[in-house]
Design a protein around this ligand. Structure first.
Ligand SMILES: NC(=O)c1ccc[n+]([C@@H]2O[C@H](COP(=O)([O-])OP(=O)(O)OC[C@H]3O[C@@H](n4cnc5c(N)ncnc54)[C@H](OP(=O)(O)O)[C@@H]3O)[C@@H](O)[C@H]2O)c1
Ligand SMILES: *[C@@H]1O[C@H](CO)[C@@H](O)[C@H](O)[C@H]1NC(C)=O
Ligand SMILES: *[C@@H]1O[C@H](CO)[C@@H](O)[C@H](O)[C@H]1NC(C)=O
Length: 327
């Protein structure tokens, strides 16, 4: 007869079992801070950019479950409709809508804002989530390097054009999904648009640093208005973000390397937690200009606080996007 201790000592069972448990606990631990407060968001109007997949889609799902009216601002109608139908079916919240927004086109940003304003005269939360990561140098419709254009300039114009509605709907919030990668970033003032030389990694970090800088500047400009703006790092999340990385598409990496990282990756649901925290936590009503990670404040990189660079970037972004002077 085998006793329990025989089982535990058997290398065939004990070893794989303890590795299994260890992997499971590491995975659980790596899911990071979770936003657990129950809130009722009925009556709140929210926009989420890049909401058809990944972190954005999970954010919409949770907002819908809490009763909010959510606009999914996406560039691909089919993908967005598919996600929207699924979320409505699951949450039974019919107030989830799609409005086309391609952040790589300033005219699309303007059209989106006009379409939105034709439907709603309030906006309580703007979640700037859409983003692209790396890839060969491509240009937006208006000639901007794609990562700077989508991650920063498109969102810059979008945010500025929606400021009036946000101000009318206070207390209201802007939430910017940035990245820890901002810490590696540098604003290349001589070649902001990567015309002289292009490095996909540097262009990403630059665009995410721009997000953090603008969050700080905007928070200053909005001080006392009842509109808050905060940025965040979602964690390292298993989404489609790696789609432009050639290496990540190889069969070898998918079958042999990625499983090794599996315990270290957040699910999209966990990846959405800090966004939800920044958007909804009642304790944050007066908190502005901060950067969060794992549902708590975190210091930004020193480079993100350089006032001279922040001013330069703001001016340049106003000029390139033709954004109106609302401050
Ligand atoms: N995943 C991570 O580990 C990680 C880490 C740090 C920061 N982040 C940030 O988190 C945010 C969300 O990323 P994710 O991980 O959820 O990535 P994802 O699964 O690739 O989702 C990105 C979303 O952005 C949309 N998008 C891309 N270009 C767009 C454009 N021109 N106009 C409108 N929408 C556009 C995508 O739409 P399509 O499906 O139509 O392309 C998609 O809905 C990004 O800002 C990213 O930088 C992610
Ligand atoms: C949320 O509040 C609304 C009214 O403001 C109410 O109709 C609804 O039942 C509430 N939902 C939940 C889940 O409590
Ligand atoms: C964050 O907010 C600022 C100011 O509104 C904007 O310029 C910037 O592009 C935003 N970043 C993202 C990712 O939305």
């Amino acid at each position: 007869m085998w006793t329990l201790s025989d089982y535990l000592l058997s290398p065939l069972i004990a070893w794989p079992a303890s590795i299994g448990f260890a992997v499971y606990f590491i995975r659980q631990y790596m899911q990071g801070g979770q936003f657990k407060k129950e809130t009722n968001e009925t009556g709140k109007i929210v926009i989420v950019t890049g909401a058809n997949t990944g972190i954005g889609k999970e954010t919409v799902r949770e907002l819908a479950r809490r009763g909010a009216t959510v606009y999914m601002a996406c560039r691909d109608r089919n993908r967005a409709e598919e996600a929207r139908k699924q979320i409505i079916k699951e949450t039974k919240n019919k107030n989830v809508f799609f409005l086309e927004l391609d952040l790589s086109s300033l005219s699309s940003v303007r059209k989106f804002v006009a379409d939105f304003k034709a439907e709603q005269n309030q906006l309580h939360v703007l979640i700037n989530n859409a983003g692209i990561f790396r890839g060969p140098r491509r240009l937006t419709e208006d000639g901007f390097e794609m990562q700077l254009g989508v991650n920063h300039l498109g969102h810059f114009l979008l945010t500025i054009l929606l400021i009036d509605l946000l101000k009318k709907s206070t207390p209201s919030r802007i939430v910017n999904v940035s990245s820890l990668a901002h810490a590696m970033g540098k604003i290349n003032a001589d070649d902001l648009n990567s015309e002289k030389s292009y490095d996909e990694g540097k262009a990403y970090s630059q665009s995410k640093l721009a997000n953090v800088m603008f969050t700080r500047e905007l928070a200053k400009r909005l001080a006392g208005t009842g509109v808050t703006v905060n940025a965040l790092h979602p964690g390292v999340v298993d989404t489609e973000i790696f789609r432009n990385l050639q290496l990540a598409q190889s069969k070898f990496v998918i079958n042999f390397i990625k499983p090794l990282f599996w315990p270290l990756l957040k699910t999209p649901k966990s990846g959405a937690q800090t966004t939800l925290y920044a958007a909804l936590d009642p304790d944050l009503d007066d908190v502005t200009g901060l950067y969060f990670s794992d549902c708590k404040p975190k210091e930004v990189a020193e480079t993100a606080t350089d006032e001279k660079v922040i001013k330069f970037l703001w001016k340049q972004s106003e000029k390139w996007t033709g954004a109106p002077r609302v401050f």
